[in-house]
Design a protein around this ligand. Structure first.
Ligand code: SAM
Length: 297
């Protein structure tokens, strides 16, 4: 059967349905079959896998996943694509497409309804770039037993996810993702692989879920507040950012000083110099100060 992603076939489908791309929905469809096959290969998909896809578009990637997987569940926000997908994916009886915003989806409940729980859970997607970070966080926070994720995203976000301490790209997103997953920046995809072409280059990122988070902390809310606050203004010192986050009262300053001294982190350091382990140590030290326990409840 001819691939949906074949540029000729994609054009025909778009014409038949009079489809106009919505830039506001990040609609850049893949028309390069080699790249699609590389994405699916990176997912290492077999009939033992149930796969969630975000944003099937006209089904180019969905089709390739469906040929390998046990089942595919795709979330597409754009109602105009539903009749198109019904047509293009007609032969794939293992695919379900939900006309739903992924960010609104109660993933745990939907997965329990749609999948039998007997297969590995994987996520494979060419993400809509305008909401890459919220989607990543939504997936991570859903607490799903995800075995592997393969996500196409803008190169700049991929670099942030994969960044190490001390680098410019390192930040709260690197920490949020690396806490739960091992990251591998698999390959770069040129703009020419898409219709219409996006303004930026893209990258495929592989995320393999960790059995246990990289660090465990006594107060996760406080850890999240600490990391978010520490990176709020990258040019400022840790001390300034933490005061902005937690308050400038004398008792806050005193507690901050004690905690920073206990873990031997200089107040003049910058957030990007701290490893995830150091953030965890600082969070636990803050959590021993009563004023911070109250703040992070
Ligand atoms: N998978 C297709 C491909 O590779 O050619 C299309 C990928 S395109 C980059 C992103 C898709 O995500 C579009 O079909 C868009 O309508 C859809 N989308 C955008 N925002 C969404 C959201 N919040 N929830 C679900 N789908 C969304």
């Amino acid at each position: 059967m001819e691939d949906i992603a074949n540029p000729e076939r994609t054009r025909k489908i778009l014409k038949r349905y009079g489809f106009k791309f919505k830039k506001s929905l990040g609609q850049n469809f893949l028309t390069n079959i080699t790249i699609l096959k590389q994405i699916v290969a990176a997912g290492d998909i077999t009939k033992d896998d149930d796969v969630i896809e975000i944003g099937p578009g006209i089904g180019s990637l969905t089709e390739q996943i469906a040929r390998k997987a046990h089942r595919v569940l795709s979330f597409e926000i754009d109602a105009r694509l539903m009749p198109v997908l019904k047509d293009t994916l007609n032969h794939y009886h293992n695919v379900t497409v939900l006309n739903q915003d992924i960010l609104e989806a109660d993933l745990k409940t939907i997965i329990a309804e749609q999948f039998d729980g007997q297969h590995n859970l994987k996520i494979v997607a060419n993400l809509p770039y305008y909401i890459t970070t919220p989607i990543m966080l939504h997936l991570l926070e859903a607490g799903l037993p995800i075995n592997r994720m393969v996500l196409m995203m803008q190169k700049e976000v991929a670099e942030r996810i994969n960044a190490v301490p001390g680098s410019k790209a390192y930040g709260s997103l690197s920490i949020a993702v690396q806490l739960h997953s091992q990251v591998n920046l698999a390959f770069i995809v040129p703009k020419t692989a898409f219709m219409p072409q996006p303004n930026v280059d893209s990258a495929i990122v592989e995320l393999v879920g960790r059995q246990e988070p990289l660090v465990t902390v006594t107060n996760q809310t406080l850890f999240d507040q600490l990391v978010r606050g520490a990176f709020a203004q990258r040019r400022k010192t840790l001390w300034n950012n933490l005061q902005n986050q937690f308050g400038k009262q004398e008792e806050v300053k005193a507690a901050l000083t004690i905690a920073l001294e206990a873990v031997e982190i200089a107040p003049s350091s910058r957030a990007e110099q701290l490893s995830i382990q150091q953030f965890a140590q600082l969070s636990d030290a803050l959590n021993q100060q009563s004023i911070f326990i109250k703040k992070a409840q």
